[in-house]
Design a binder for this molecule. Structure first.
Ligand code: HGY
Ligand code: MN
Ligand code: MN
Length: 421
């Protein structure tokens, strides 16, 4: 299980730091929203490293970058993730998965190992965060054929720009085919972004699944009015309705318990002035659960509550689905391999679901996929303070290498054969 090939943590940490230096923000994180100049700068740096390794680099119509060892005639084992961040992101979310993949390839090349699948590929998927242009995982969703390229390119962002125009502006509207090449297998390394591994003192997460995601934008139209002269009985106040919705979804999550979570991350009032009862309010509701039926029930309750509030306050409420992905279960043989690779290195490991969405959940539609998690200090992420110790990064990257080298050496074929006899 363990391979003689070893990653270089110094080289990996140096690349993480160099990429961090592109659009760093106070607190140690990054602001690199999808298709911004900062995203372009990050892409250019990572692509230069890919080319330095002699990899064949291709860019598709949504800006996904795939780098493959040249001369391939069999489907490669792929690693990858994203380098776009939320506006107050950490330096590890996504970036680690791309750079650990690059490190694995460099270590394999340096070792001179001839693998049965002489190919490893690393991908940088566009717009994984979905914070500027929904949905999240947009690039990998288009890559696997789950979203039409035209629909993605015509997506309007929260700032009134459009994906296609921004992608073209930063020079990453490529021509390689969509859907992209289906890898032999896909493994993504990622920080956990939650508290579980650290609380349990475990180094590696062998990720079995990704929970379901439901993003809804709620637009409320009431009647703008004077804050001083308008009696409460005459108000049709969208801000009040927005507040009721925010409290409702939090109470719903607490009432459901278990894995249910609910978040309002974005809220806007118009005209947003101290002495004006707002004309409109717009807010987002992010609901997630590992169980699809429970997530659907939460969505149904939300819609019913919106109807009640619209009648009670005399406002108009419309909703737009920004993202909706059912839970995804990763390929058991690959999850088993991640777990076995960790144990073979003497590392503590536990199987677990992912609370966050990831590109791996899209690649799982076209090939056996799984993820390697490493701990997040205090479970913090989508926050500049996001941090993971370099020892844990080294452990996770070595598990990633051992896993993908086994996958490139006939592991899936052997496990299918032994399952058949
Ligand atoms: O929202 C998510 O789970 C991911 O960070 N895009
Ligand atoms: Mn991520
Ligand atoms: Mn993220």
């Amino acid at each position: 299980m363990t391979q003689p090939i070893l990653i270089s943590i110094d080289r990996l940490m140096a690349r993480i730091e160099a990429l961090h230096q592109i659009s760093p923000i106070e607190g140690g994180g990054n602001a690199r929203l999808a298709f911004t100049d900062e995203d372009k700068a990050g892409r250019d740096l990572v692509v230069s490293w890919m080319r330095d390794l002699g990899l064949e680099v291709s860019v598709d119509g949504i800006g996904n970058v795939v780098a493959v060892q040249p001369g391939f005639d069999t489907a490669p084992v792929m690693m990858g993730s994203h380098i776009d961040t939320v506006a107050t992101g950490g330096r590890f979310d996504g970036n680690l998965g791309v750079l650990a993949g690059l490190e694995v390839i460099e270590a394999v090349i340096d070792s001179g190992a001839q693998l049965e699948r002489p190919l490893l590929a690393v991908a940088l998927f566009s717009n994984e965060e979905g914070a500027r242009f929904a949905p999240d995982m947009m690039g990998s969703l288009v890559y696997v054929g789950g979203m039409a390229l035209e629909e993605a390119l015509s997506t309007e962002g929260i700032d009134g720009t459009f994906v296609g125009a921004e992608l073209d502006r930063i020079g990453y509207m490529g021509g390689s085919p969509i859907p992209g090449m289906a890898p032999h297998a896909f493994v993504e390394m990622h920080v956990e972004q939650g508290p579980v591994l650290e609380e349990e003192g475990v180094t590696i997460g062998a990720v079995e699944s990704v929970q379901g995601i439901s993003w809804t934008e709620v637009n409320i139209t009431g009647q703008s009015n004077h804050a001083g002269t308008t009696p409460m009985r005459l108000r049709r106040d969208p801000a009040y309705v927005a507040a009721e919705i925010m409290v409702f979804v939090r109470e719903l999550a607490l009432r459901y318990g278990g894995d249910q979570v609910a978040t309002t991350g974005r809220i806007e009032l118009h005209p947003n002035l101290v002495n004006v009862v707002p004309a409109t309010a717009s807010l987002t509701v992010d609901l997630r659960n590992t169980d699809e039926a429970v997530l659907a029930a939460a969505e149904a309750e939300l819609m019913f509550r919106l109807d009640e509030l619209a009648v009670a306050e005399g406002v108009l409420i419309s909703t737009t689905t920004l993202a909706r992905f059912e839970p995804v279960v990763f390929a058991k043989p690959v999850v088993d391999l991640v777990e076995a690779s960790a144990r073979a290195r003497g590392l503590s490991v536990r199987r677990m679901p992912s609370g966050a969405g990831h590109d791996a959940q899209m690649l799982a539609r076209v090939c056996p996929s799984a993820m390697v998690f490493v701990p997040s200090v205090a479970g913090i992420s989508h926050n500049p303070a996001e941090f993971t110790a370099s020892d844990d990064i080294a452990a996770g990257a070595q598990v990633l290498l051992d896993t993908v080298v086994a996958l490139a050496s006939g592991y899936l074929e052997q496990s299918a054969h032994s399952a058949a006899v």
